[in-house]
Design a protein. Structure first.
Length: 165
């Protein structure tokens, strides 16, 4: 009882990761880039976006936002570290076609707008629009269950169910 009164906060261990973008769900193993397909950065899932808006997949904090605005890292309330990488070979665009709405250190809620991107420009200047969503600290994850769905709606569709150690 006193713990509740005096701030001994219960640490959340389980979490649902919702889709950060709207589009077609693709298994991570089918991403046409070995770094993601072979899970070198971690396990996860990917989405072929149908619109150019990324929202937060969890409640957490922005821990990384690449200066090129093509990738963003979020640490969730459970401690999961989630990388959202918009497109493949998009780092070479140097931020062209991307606009960010958050900064490192910002607290976000699932569904909050993080960044927008120009799908047509990515199709023109990069190798793919496919967007991997990767758990980069897999050593701290007890279980990762992928949800079976073919289409994702940003901020709504459950993609991953995580249980942290």
């Amino acid at each position: 009882m006193f713990n509740k009164l005096f701030g001994k906060k219960e640490v959340k261990k389980e979490e649902t990761v919702v889709a950060p973008v709207t589009g077609k769900i693709v298994p991570i193993e089918e991403v046409p880039d070995p770094t993601f397909a072979q899970k070198m950065m971690g396990d996860g899932i990917a989405i072929e976006p149908s619109e150019g808006l990324v929202v937060s997949p969890v409640d957490g904090e922005i821990v990384q936002f690449f200066h090129t605005k093509h990738a963003i890292g979020i640490k969730s309330e459970t401690g999961a570290e989630i990388l959202i990488h918009v497109g493949l070979e998009t780092v070479s665009m140097n931020g062209e076609g991307f606009e960010g709405y958050v900064n490192v250190g910002d607290k976000v809620k699932a569904g909050d707008k993080l960044l927008s991107f120009d799908i047509d420009l990515i199709k023109e200047k990069a190798s793919s629009t496919i967007t991997p969503i990767v758990i980069t600290n897999g050593d701290e994850v007890e279980s990762l269950d992928k949800r079976a769905a073919s289409e994702a709606v940003k901020g709504e569709t459950s993609l991953l169910q995580l249980k942290m150690k």
